[in-house]
Design a protein around this ligand. Structure first.
Ligand code: M6R
Length: 610
């Protein structure tokens, strides 16, 4: 997804903008550019491909000036090219944009008829011309941007420069994210927090339909209609180092290794071991609210959806309530039946995924209560929700989600315990076992991470050239199989399927032969015997078997071509330990193949288009 940065201060803007863009690389992009005010002109440098191309172009054409904007573009309208890269210029105006202007064709025709010539195929250029048309009519920049935005339909976060008011950047948003960074000497803006962390920890999240004027030592905030807005900035405790690689080859590997800490931070202050309960005061739901819930609907996309499938199983088991895990993108546009009595849990690492946001919004409009589980404080989904239960995994930079998935699992299990306790569906003994076990999980993961990585690096070589891989699991291991397959697909580009082990005989078994590795999740749970039978069925078709087994499970290990051991846990906790080898397997295969692990092709970290 596109990334925006902006700077207004007294230092040279271009290096700060480039640095910010680098910190947004994880969002995915195909071209980039910066524009800086230089002596009454806006100077522009753009380049297709990676940021090193932009950096090279900037070395050849240095930009001087202390006010500017930068952009990484993930193409939606118009192919990746220098002409289509942002910033877009129209007369005195330069614009960077993240989102989609839905009525751009209609506006393009209107502007062309008015004599405004277009030089790109993008929807963004339309915004630049709309602002230009308003300034030509004598309006100041703020008013011009307001009026231009009143004409567009769609989603946007924008940052605007004008040679007519060179001391400021105007920013506004609708649906796409934008955060303002505030310091004594300068103002910043960006699509996401990590871009600003080296410069300030004082941030303000722009709300939909708000617009801000950033000047070097102050900013002002108002609605698009012109009403002033007063809102305190927030202090963000993430350190810039948390968003750097710290000696790991890739962010993804670092984030896999950070999982024990991400889990500890997420559990901290919430697990009440004394009363075998969960302290969820921050959620803001009362015991009475808990009793009134009739059904739980979990909405999410991608990896977050896999966490919600596990969440569904936990909620049903621990609360006795019906729970369903829906793909947010499928929930929309089919007139889903939902309303009062339903609790919707919208799960999203970024808190900005448009499908999840829109689906949760629809559910809220129909009368459901919405609880957000997100990692990015102040992001759009928690802001629209009735209540929030944040994960505390720290910034996740690798496009492939790992530590945030782990933290989502923790929040979903904690919420299930909390709800189950309020509804009298979990007794003391069961709650004690799970709460005590969950408190130990970070340690269980930590003590095996290094050795698991080593053994997977080794065993993976035998299977790395496979074109297809099947992941099988039952019960809580089913969503982990889905997640293992998604991880492998997205970073190593190997075709993989996650399947409920019992479904294998209904189709995928036809694919099996000696060239298809099958990764079977075999925790010692109630499904063990049946999963073992499925393993044997696959083995009988000559498939190569890699099993994820509990340590010392010689019965299963004897039936495999390779195995990875996990720690024994309470069966409700198996997802936490069994997903780690799957993440490492995907990582090792991708690293072996030399793919762009942290920024896989065609993928974006935050998906703000439908
Ligand atoms: O930010 P979200 O959790 O809402 O993102 C949802 C998906 O886009 C995300 O999980 C995606 O599937 C990742 N690439 C998974 O690694």
């Amino acid at each position: 997804m596109c990334g925006i940065v902006g700077y207004v201060g007294d230092e040279q803007a271009a290096p700060i903008l480039l640095d910010g863009l680098r910190r947004l690389e994880y969002r995915g992009y195909d071209s980039a550019g910066v524009a800086v005010h230089d002596d009454g002109r806006i100077e522009l440098v753009r380049a297709v491909g990676k940021l090193r191309n932009l950096e090279k172009a900037l070395t050849e054409n240095p930009l001087t000036g202390t006010v500017g904007v930068g952009h990484t573009r993930w193409a939606t309208h118009g192919r990746p090219s220098e002409i289509n890269a942002h910033p877009h210029i129209a007369g005195p105006i330069a614009v960077v944009h993240n989102g989609i202007i839905e009525n751009h064709l209609e506006l393009r025709q209107e502007l062309e008829a008015d004599g405004f010539g277009m030089s790109s195929d993008t929807d963004t250029e339309i915004v630049a011309h709309l602002v230009h048309r308003e300034t030509k009519a004598g309006r100041d920049l703020l008013d011009a941007v307001r009026r231009a935005l009143a004409q567009v339909e769609g989603t946007y976060a924008i940052a605007v420069l004008s040679t007519e008011q060179v001391d400021r950047v105007i920013v506004a948003k609708n649906a796409s994210p934008l955060v303002i960074g505030v310091s004594r000497e300068a103002m910043y803006c960006a699509s996401d927090i990590p871009a600003l962390l080296p410069y300030t920890d004082e941030m303000l999240f722009l709300e939909d339909d708000e617009i801000a004027v950033l000047e070097a030592t102050r900013f002002s905030l108002s609605t698009l209609e012109g009403a002033p807005v007063e809102r305190e900035t927030q202090r963000i405790s993430w350190s810039p180092v948390m968003a750097e690689k710290a000696g790991y080859k890739h962010f993804m590997l670092k984030e896999i290794f950070e999982q024990p800490r991400a889990l500890e931070d997420t559990l901290r202050g919430r697990l009440d071991r004394e009363s075998a309960d969960v302290n969820a005061l921050e959620i803001g739901l009362t015991d009475e609210d808990a009793k009134k819930i009739e059904r739980v609907v979990l909405l999410a996309c991608g990896t977050s959806h896999h966490a919600t499938v596990a969440g569904r199983y936990w909620i049903e088991e621990l609360t006795g309530l019906q729970a369903i895990a829906e793909l947010a993108s499928e929930f929309r546009g089919r007139d889903a039946v939902i309303g009062e009595g339903d609790l919707v849990i919208a799960v999203s690492q970024s808190g900005e995924t448009i499908d999840t946001l829109m689906a949760a919004r629809e559910a809220k409009q129909k009368g459901a209560k919405v609880l957000a589980i997100a990692n990015v404080i102040g992001s759009a989904i928690p802001r629209m929700a009735d209540a929030s239960f944040y994960t505390h995994a720290g910034p996740e930079i690798g496009v492939a989600s790992t530590k945030c998935f782990m933290a989502q699992l923790a929040n979903l299990l904690m919420f299930s315990i909390w709800l189950g306790r309020r509804r009298g569906a979990v007794d003391d003994a069961q709650a004690t076992e799970i709460v005590e076990g969950l408190a130990r999980v970070p340690h269980l993961i930590e003590e095996r991470l290094q050795s698991t990585h080593e053994s997977i690096k080794d065993l993976m070589r035998t299977f790395a050239d496979a074109h297809d891989v099947l992941f099988l699991g039952r019960g809580l291991s089913f969503p982990m199989a889905l997640e293992g397959a998604l991880k492998l697909k997205e970073i190593s580009y190997v075709h993989a399927e996650g399947y409920a082990a019992g479904e294998m005989k209904h189709g995928p078994i036809a694919l099996l032969d000696a060239h298809v590795p099958v990764i079977v999740l075999l925790p010692r749970d109630r499904h063990y015997d049946r999963s073992l039978s499925n393993l044997q069925e696959a083995r009988a078709r000559e498939a190569k078997i890699i099993a994820i087994t509990v340590e010392g499970d010689s019965q299963a290990q004897a039936l495999c071509d390779a195995f990875v051991e996990i720690a024994p846990t309470h069966e409700a906790l198996t997802p936490f330990v069994s997903v780690v080898p799957l993440q490492l397997y995907a990582y090792c295969v991708a690293d072996h193949k030399g793919t762009d692990v942290d920024q896989p092709r065609n993928l974006a970290k935050t998906v703000t288009v439908e």
